[in-house]
Design a protein. Structure first.
Length: 153
């Protein structure tokens, strides 16, 4: 019999913008508003202190070292210097705080967007190749960080 393990940790979920809905305001005006729909399968840590460097596979140039906006065992979101097409494959190097060896992974860009005028682009990536032990390090890091957050609240 397989036991299910419940996580006693708070799950921090970030909304995913899927489009715009229309509604009528109390004044009778039609107003566009973002509609949120969440499809995440993994616990996500935001903000993150994990450093990320990347290279778009097939291009020689890579991006500068960035701090991930959020991370889960399934993927990572971080700022990039230029727009990266959906479906692009990335070589990633992730540096977890306190870990002497960085994590090497490959990921696919699921989305790329600019959330502020003249601000940096951000990409949301899904890990496509990552060592199971490295995935375990990410999970452990997320759970430890969430425990610490809970201790301060």
């Amino acid at each position: 019999m397989r036991r299910q393990m419940a996580l006693p940790l708070p799950v921090q979920v970030l909304p995913k913008l899927w489009g715009t809905g229309r509604r009528t305001s109390s004044e009778g005006l039609t107003v566009s508003q973002p509609t949120m729909q969440e499809h995440r399968r993994f616990v996500r840590l935001a903000p993150s202190s994990i450093e990320v460097s990347y290279t778009v596979i097939g291009r020689e140039a890579g991006g500068a070292l960035q701090v991930a906006k959020d991370i889960s065992e399934g993927g990572v979101r971080f700022p990039v210097s230029e727009q990266v097409p959906k479906g692009a494959r990335l070589d990633l190097e992730l540096q977890l705080p306190g870990e002497p060896v960085s994590i090497q992974a490959q990921a696919e860009v699921v989305w790329c967007a600019r959330f502020q005028d003249n601000g940096p682009y951000e990409v949301g990536c899904r890990f496509t190749q990552i060592d199971p032990l490295d995935r375990g390090k990410i999970i452990r890091h997320i759970h430890e960080a969430l425990k610490q957050q809970k201790a301060f609240t």
